[in-house]
Structures are given as C-alpha cells and as structure tokens.
Ligand binder design. Structure first.
Ligand code: DC
Length: 224
C-alpha cells in the first residue's frame, strides 16, 4: 500500500483544484478522489433526513452507514443519483458545516484512504496533504484570489443551468473559506513541503504543466 503513489491537491473552492486533479488523474491513468464530494453527500443527506448539522452522533452514524459510489460522471448514494444535488448552494453550505465536525471527518477517513489503489491516486480536498495522505510524495496547494474563485464558481454553476448571483456567491465563498480555515479540526492550510501555486492569472494548462513537471522530477510520471 505504502508504495502506491499519491499526489495531493488541496486549496480553497474555486482555486481550480477539481479541474486540475481530474486532468492529472486522466493524464497519469491514476484514480481520482474528490473528497469534497463525500462531505457534500453527508451534507445533502443530513438535509434530506433533517439531521441537525451539529449533531455529531447522528451525522457520524449516517456517514458511516452510507454506500457512496463515485464514478467519472456520477455520485451514487445508496443507489440514488445525487450528482446534481450535491453541487447546489444549499448543499455547499451544509457540507462546509458538517466538514467542521471531527466525528464526520473520522467516519470517512478510511473510505478516503481506501481509494489509494494501483497505479496511483490523485486526491483533491482541503486536508489531503495534512491529514489523509501526509506521506504523499507530491503535495500541491492551489490558491487564487477570492474574486477570481467566485467568478469561476459562478461560471461553473451557470454552465450547469443553475442560477445564482455573483455577489451572493462571493459572500458565501468568503464565509465558507473562513470556516474551512479557522475550524479546529483539519483546517485548510498548506501541508508541510507542499508546493504553492497561485492560479489567479494562470490558465488550466499552465497549472497542469507545472504540476506535471514536479511529478516528472520526482519520477512519478511514466517516462516518455
Ligand atoms: O471542494 P468542495 O467545495 O466540493 O468541498 C465541499 C466542502 O467540504 C467544503 O466546505 C470544504 C469541505 N472539505 C473538507 O473539509 N475537507 C476535504 N478534504 C474536502 C472538502
């Protein structure tokens, strides 16, 4: 298990880490872990079942009991397709709240580590490098200004046909960032040894090639 390589990509929402992680996994032929989707599922199911977002006992029991399957284009929870639902604003908010609860994080820790399968894993989240895979050979921390991140999220949602106001989105992203950074458990911060990339003025291709260069220099990419 220890020899299966992991590349962790952490950072705030809208920094481009989801896109970069997916492209990197595709390029390397590795598995992909979108850990945010797991917190989103827990948040969404808590809303459906009317579980208070600070009820640690019920949240952890629920999270442990869920059967979550994430494929390339769908998120299935106990066989139900929740792909679109988990991206809604209401769920983003709930996800950020349940993610601040230690028992919820503990409940999905092993599920995350179990994604480390041959030939490798690209793990996207907030604490991939600090908590879940601290021994990963390559850790990336991707950031961008809050304005640019809000615009990216706005365009993503618009392309999915969801309607939101940019100002409201900016405010809620700022609030969630604060919560993710200030929480006592697994706060969002660069892992020791992580390479820091500010994607504010970078194209997706430029960020991807920077990460691939790092991976290559560590001997993590197929030699061609
Ligand atoms: O990356 P995302 O927006 O899909 O993440 C949803 C929420 O889950 C966000 O508020 C941060 C939280 N999260 C976390 O605490 N730890 C992770 N590894 C991934 C996401």
């Amino acid at each position: 298990m220890a020899e299966i390589p992991v590349i962790t990509i952490d950072g705030p929402g809208g920094s481009g880490k989801g896109t970069i992680a997916a492209l990197l996994a595709e390029r390397l032929g590795w598995h992909l872990l979108d850990s945010g989707a797991l917190y989103r599922v827990v948040g969404a199911v808590a809303l459906t079942r009317v579980i208070p977002l600070d009820d640690d006992g019920r949240l952890a029991a629920m999270a442990t009991g869920l059967h979550i399957r994430i494929t390339q284009d769908a998120v299935l929870v106990d066989g139900v397709d929740m792909t679109a639902r988990i991206r809604e604003e209401e769920v983003s908010e709930a996800a950020s709240r349940v993610a601040a609860r230690q028992p919820v994080r503990d409940a999905i820790l092993e599920l995350q580590r179990a994604q480390r399968r041959f030939p490798g894993l690209v793990a996207d989240g907030r604490d991939m490098g600090t908590v879940v895979f601290p021994e990963a050979p390559l850790k990336v921390y991707l950031d961008a200004t809050v304005q640019v991140r809000a615009e990216r999220r706005y365009n993503q949602l618009k392309n999915k046909g969801l309607s939101v106001s940019l100002a409201a989105l900016l405010a809620s992203i700022q609030e969630r960032d604060e919560r993710d950074r200030r929480r006592a458990v697994a706060p969002l911060r660069p892992a020791p040894g992580a390479i820091l990339i500010d994607s504010t003025n970078m194209s997706i291709e430029a960020v991807l090639s920077r990460v691939l260069d790092e991976a290559r220099s560590l001997g993590l990419t197929p030699s061609t």
